[in-house]
Design a protein around this ligand. Structure first.
Ligand SMILES: Cc1ncc(COP(=O)(O)O)c(C=O)c1O
Length: 389
């Protein structure tokens, strides 16, 4: 282990840095570092709608904390199920128009459970090349064979589906994709992708971790209304502003997960205050169905402005705007330059993204103050110079 650790180059090493929500009355999207001179405008977190400190979310979590305590103290199947869990599952199922929803303590666990429920060692899993690590961990746990298709490339997926069906006409297949890729900002043409999978009798799992609350009708995600999608994974750690996750499925698959999934059974229930916070966040989303649209429109204006300033036009339509730099050192230098100007962004480097594609991940949130875009453009400075440095 120490040899492997020594082989990690200095510019690839990560360190933990603590941030606290700014104590000043300046507004919500600011984070402070101990003994640092200034609060940083948060262009890094996934709290897209600023719900993590919304008064209604906090009040619901606090009330549940007082009523139920911090943790449920047991697995859902032992004594850990609280009324708030059932209420949240029912509300999500109705909102997403799915038969059954099951909660999990994290999206990582939910994805492990999801892949393991739909694939086994006899299966072939076809996954987008840029799929989240938790889904890959699920494939490994299931024992299935894995093949990757080019990112959002339906022609490549079709080719692999045809080949798989030719080789094993009745073999078990599973396709994995996300609806908003967190390091790319891109989305697949999901309706076409789902139809393609259905034509080849391959169940489709869609991870909506970053899309939920932001993309699709009323923030319901891009899989909303697509009956061909067998399983939707959603998380509360992004736009919902909390933590925890869920799987939305049909009744038989829900029952199968309940009866068989180790990731569901052998872990404490989602902390009741987090469940109550998620329920409150869901109510807010229902009351403001245009919140995601407004954020995406703002993101479109940021994309145009960055391109006009000479940066590569960030792909996609959602609130994640990756600024491609290429070289690890340059991405880190840019992060530091922005930090010196009071802006918190994170340089994303391999192995999180492919070699040679280091980038600055800019994340928009609904509560950014007016003028944030100009501040960013000023701090980024000359695009040519930024990429040369
Ligand atoms: C695409 C995607 N799926 C799943 C997860 C895991 O979700 P959670 O943070 O709830 O464990 C993440 C979190 O980073 C993610 O980005």
């Amino acid at each position: 282990m120490s040899q492997a650790l020594a082989a990690v180059p200095a510019e690839r090493r990560r360190a933990l840095r603590p941030y606290s929500p700014a104590s000043s009355a300046k507004g919500r999207p600011f984070l402070e570092q101990l003994e640092a001179p200034q609060a940083l405008l948060d262009l890094a977190s996934n709290d897209y709608l600023g719900l993590s400190r919304h008064p209604a979310v906090l009040a619901a979590a606090a009330a549940e904390l007082a009523a139920s305590g911090l943790g449920a103290g047991a697995s859902r199947l032992v004594s850990g199920t609280r009324p708030v869990h059932l209420a949240l599952e029912a509300a999500l199922a109705a909102w997403l128009d799915r038969e059954r929803v099951l909660l999990f303590p994290s999206g990582f666990q939910a994805n492990l459970a999801a892949v393991s429920a739909l694939a086994d060692r006899h299966s072939l899993v076809l996954a987008d090349r840029l799929i989240h690590h938790s889904l890959l961990a699920g494939v490994r746990t299931s024992g299935a064979r894995l093949r990757r298709f080019a990112h959002n490339n339906l022609a490549d997926l079709e080719h692999q589906l045809v080949t798989a069906r030719r080789d094993r006409p009745h073999g078990r297949l599973l396709v994995l994709c996300e609806s908003l890729y967190s390091m790319e900002g891109t989305s697949p043409p999901l309706a076409e992708l789902a139809a393609l999978c259905a034509r080849h009798n391959a169940p489709l799992l869609v991870d909506e971790a970053h899309a939920l609350g932001v993309l699709g009708p009323g923030g319901r995600g891009l899989a909303y209304g697509l009956r061909e999608v067998a399983l939707v994974c959603g998380t509360f750690g992004k736009a919902f502003g909390g933590g925890g996750a869920f799987l939305a499925v049909d009744e038989p698959l829900g029952e199968w997960l309940l009866q068989s999934s180790g990731a569901f059974r052998y872990t404490p229930a989602l902390a009741p205050p987090l469940a109550a916070g998620a329920l409150a966040a869901l109510e807010l989303l229902k009351g403001e169905p245009q919140a995601g649209v407004a954020l995406c429109q703002r993101a479109a204006r940021w994309r145009e402005a960055l391109a006009a300033a000479g940066w590569p036009h960030p792909a996609g339509e959602g609130p994640i705007l990756p600024l491609l730099v290429g070289d690890d050192g340059k991405a880190l230098a840019l992060q530091q330059r922005l930090e010196a100007a009071g802006l918190l962004t994170v340089a994303i480097r391999p192995p999180t993204v492919p070699e040679g594609t280091a980038r600055l991940r800019l994340v928009l949130r609904a509560d950014l103050p007016i003028g944030s875009r100009d501040r960013l453009l000023a701090a980024l400075g000359d695009a040519e110079e930024g990429r040369r440095q």
